[in-house]
Design a protein around this ligand. Sequence first.
Ligand code: ADP
Ligand code: MG
Length: 698
Amino acid sequence: MSCANVPTYFGSMVFNDSVMRERLPKETYKALKKTMDAGKSLDLTIANVVATAMKDWAVEKGATHFTHWFQPMTGVTAEKHDSFISPCGDGKVIMEFSGKELVKGEPDASSFPSGGLRATFEARGYTAWDPTSYAFIKDGTLCIPTAFCSYGGEALDKKTPLLRSMEAINRQALRILRLFGHPVGTRVYTTVGPEQEYFLVDKAAFQKRKDLIFTGRTLFGAKPPKGQELEDHYFGTIRPRVSAFMKELDEELWKLGVLAKTKHNEVAPAQHELAPIFTTTNIATDHNQLTMEVMKRVADKHGLACLLHEKPFAGVNGSGKHNNWSISTSTGLNLLEPGDSPQENAQFLLFLSAVIKAVDEHQDLLRISVASAGNDHRLGANEAPPAIVSMFLGEDLTHVLEAIESGSTYDGQEKVEMKIGVHTLPRFARDTTDRNRTSPFAFTGNKFEFRMLGSTFSISGPNVVLNTIVADALAQFADRLETSSDFTHDLNELIRETIAEHKRIIFNGNNYSDEWVQEAQRRGLLNLKSTPEALPYFISNENIALFQRHKIFTEEEMRARYEILLEGYSKALNIEALTMLEMAKRDILPSVCAYIKDLSEAAAAKKALGGISCEVEKALLTKLSDLGNCLYHKTEALDDALLCGKHCSSDPLACAQYYRDTVFAAMQELRAVADELETLVGDRYWPFPTYTTLLFSV
Ligand code: ADP
Ligand code: MG
């Protein structure tokens, strides 16, 4: 396939708008579009026509199966393939696909995490087509993006709440836009461009590491002589093998209609990034899931393994995901664009105030939305924002807000008296809004960049929170302004009050510094250092009320999710601990013993000859023997910690806390001894590839 042909094959595997227009009868196309735009459910007669057209198109492209592609609470996507075949009586088959099969599926839900929502006697789950995200062909299968619910209608997935949150922000933002005189019929949606970081390592080396295979990260590994200190990898020349991988990745993503745009080397050795062009949050979420999946598949084809874990290697930067987020109208207006006229500026400042209020009032939810065992290694480790949520607005915009709050004039590049709706904001140079890389939540000119996400995350959770908390702030603003008799005056007051009340969340300094941790504490900001500390906030009375108010989650759905998150944390640590034990007992200790044996034999042979010093062997043997004993004791200690942990399983929070405080501590101690042994044991004795091989072999 020639690269010059990108426009011809872009989206070739997607049943997108142009395919629909071409293949559907005009009436069907119109009815389907209406359903998609209004988010209504589809009439079965229309669904039948769409299904047949979809099937014909898919079969022409070589597809033999279809699947409802959904996003259960595991964080990865799920699919169960059914073929199109249908017997036609004479021992032959025809390819069939009905509207019913398109619109609804009934997979067995009993083996997906449900947090107790789905009693086993009603193990049936439903998948329902989400017509706002196009169907596509992947690996010979027509994939239909779907939402996944229990028999009783409770959400069991990551798409349902996201769609609900898109509705919520649409509803509330429209109330505000009406006050500014926008035409009826406009819709509001949020947009996201997720920047995705990842590591590439040699597949053969990967396959020799049980920790990478089972947990996605290295549980052992001494620091290599060279890491990222020379800062020579970031934006460096892309090596041929990586370049070939990236090229094929782009092509595969383009066929799927994913707007892959930017690729480059990242800070750590073997680390890279891909950024797409932003799109609506729902589609961006589907596409990001696809991107991660395709990355793994293409890497495998190139003899590589793609690591998406937040912290695959200790001592070098981990991987995150930057969630660039904004609010748009269907008429193409970016509501976080400051604009040029007083009217546009006023509207911008109102939406900005809503985000400021939302982030300050719901620091806990934003923190929870990025909480996981993997991300706990990154946040606050001087490579990613701390666990403290704050906002960067840049000096200029902060000065404007200060001027508004105090009712004074603003002395920026030009002197401006700030009266909202009357005066014009100064132009903010783009670079003054994008300099602070340490902020967890930064305004970057016409969007916010939420930088705390871990690289493996589905972006659904963080965006459900963002959409909902901003919708809630907008709802409160609308409640107040809809009854106003002097709009300009009351708008001014509202913005002024909001800034005064929530300015503590704005911080333009270095988020990695210790001073900030203290300053944040003085300001009363939350610092939820680990996942078990953060998660209980999810089910506070205020948060349950918030999500219920906007019809995102019922209380039962929230309690179920809370349980799933806690269990996920404990399970991740349990698998890591078991993997460490297996590697320590069955791989590391035998290697150490083998080296000890060879050294002892060498020393004995020397001694037999007489008169030759055995100083080296003796010194090494003493060290190795001591460390070997120590390693053995540490494995026993970790074993004991896991055994004791078995009793805490009835209370998921206590269990997660136990894993963090006791099991994780024992893991760290075991690792420290093993890593020291690695530096002493002969290279050819060590049972698996070291950091040097993993980080510098591609
Ligand atoms: P940089 O961060 O290098 O300056 P950009 O700011 O242009 O690059 O873009 C970073 C990411 O933000 C890209 O994925 C881009 O598509 C996305 N982005 C740009 N504008 C918006 C927007 N209005 N809404 C959501 N994402 C956006
Ligand atoms: Mg960026």
